[in-house]
Design a binder for this molecule. Structure first.
Ligand code: ADP
Ligand code: MG
Length: 240
């Protein structure tokens, strides 16, 4: 089957810095892949290359078999959630979620329907008329998730979406994301994190990045029980 996401030899340089060494990686439709690694290992750069926010120095990115390397971000149809929610502060919750739909020129009634649907999906139906500043961090992150899901993306990219939350909220959001996965079985997710527990809880497979390089890739169970390197073992706190 055609992978939902494919990196083919994708590398990224920023001046003299190699932020991403040639990356070859396929993600199946409906799969959740965690990209795990310490700060500065190239996780965000990999996501940005896929989303179109940075240009690869070499290689191609494909979505559903289509080469999208030369497409601008808004033509790739991805949902993106970043660490710092980045909601528009002057727009109410419903306005934030509607933003991408309006930009796509959807009729008003359909926008309203989809906004209500997707806020319900993340448990924020009662908060549509609030401003972001009137919400807790966890609630803001749910709205950011709703905004990303509004366009029904085939692929959802999550860049450390929980790292700004305290431990209790993080637990809650992990449960939320698991529920979401069950409700959206066709949605492919790439979840970037430096938190091994988060990766193990959420992912089907984990890719480990170190110094811009993918050093290991496999099902959670395998990485945890039989890490191929000491680095992975120490990072995952697994058997070795
Ligand atoms: P991670 O998300 O794993 O913390 P990043 O992908 O953000 O890592 O960064 C990988 C490397 O690329 C780091 O050394 C970082 O300093 C560098 N880098 C990232 N973005 C830029 C940029 N816009 N300009 C210069 N260097 C960058
Ligand atoms: Mg990052």
């Amino acid at each position: 089957m055609t992978p939902a996401v494919e990196f083919r030899g994708v590398s990224v340089h920023f001046g003299a810095t190699q932020a991403l060494s040639p990356l070859d990686l396929s993600v199946a439709k409906g799969e959740t892949l965690a990209l795990l690694g310490p700060s500065g290992s190239g996780k965000s750069t990999a996501l940005k290359a896929l989303a179109g926010f940075v240009r690869p120095s070499a290689g191609r990115v494909l979505l559903d078999g289509e080469d999208v390397t030369d497409l601008p971000p808004h033509r790739r149809g991805l949902g993106v959630v970043v660490q710092s929610y980045a909601l528009f502060p002057h727009l109410r919750v419903d306005g934030n979620v509607a933003f991408g739909l309006k930009a796509r020129g959807l009729p008003r009634a359909e926008v309203a329907k989809r906004v209500a649907e997707v806020l319900e999906l993340v448990g924020m139906g009662a908060f549509a008329r609030r401003f972001p500043r009137e919400l807790s961090g966890g609630q803001q992150q749910r709205v950011a998730l709703a905004r990303a899901l509004a366009i029904k993306p085939g692929v959802l990219l999550l860049d450390e979406p929980l790292s700004a939350l305290d431990a209790a909220l993080r637990e809650e959001m992990i449960a939320e994301l698991l529920r979401l996965r069950a409700e959206l079985p066709d949605t492919t997710m790439i979840h970037v994190t430096h938190d091994q527990a988060e990766a193990l809880a959420l992912a089907d497979r984990i890719g480990v990045l170190r110094d811009s390089r993918l050093v290991e890739l496999g099902p959670c169970e395998q990485l945890y029980r039989r890490p191929a390197s000491e680095f992975t073992a120490s990072f995952l706190g697994g058997a070795n």
